[in-house]
Design a protein around this ligand. Sequence first.
Ligand code: MG
Ligand code: ZN
Length: 217
Amino acid sequence: MGFIICCDFDGTVTTKDTIVSIMKRFVPDESAPIIRQILADDISVQEGVTRLFALIPTALKEDIIDYAVNEIPVRQGFQELLDFARAEDIPFYIVSGGMHFFIDPILSRFRGVTEVFANDVDMSGDYMAVNWSHPCDEACDSQACGTCKPSILRAVNHEASDVIVIGDSLTDRLAAHEAALLFTTDKLTDYAEDHDLAFYPFETFDDITIQLKEVMK
Ligand SMILES: [Mg+2]
Ligand SMILES: [Zn+2]
């Protein structure tokens, strides 16, 4: 039995949340109350993020891509972990509640991602409209994930491989419960501690590569 890697994007591949950074840069005043409501759990991530992108004129698409590519830092060691996964024949999936239009350009600098699961944005109107491309399947207990990471894993993991989950926040918690190996940073570390999940904390992708080399030798 092999492994697959399920790696979050925002706050995991990147060192800060790309959506929040984009909102603060392009629509700071209008987005702030919505971000507060999401963080306070007053509205769902799906509803909040839909409302956030609806603030952004589609004419700003290229400016946002430029900003994402040039201003959003990627965590140290990402290419080296991709190289390790490829050498070990471990599929590397990016599973994100973010948007393809800014994730894919950031990832284009790196080699070895097997597939990116994220959301599309309809740019045909004056303002951005998020298409939630990966809803909950029937087996999901939440039915309110926005982007349902466990459903994506069920769809992709045909061979019942052990799943290596890498993430930073509560949007990774359902996937974390299904992980054979769990790597956490930030809020997901607190969650894993509180729920007695076995986990390895990380700061850089080098930490993960070193640990995986130990596990796999
Ligand atoms: Mg994240
Ligand atoms: Zn779900």
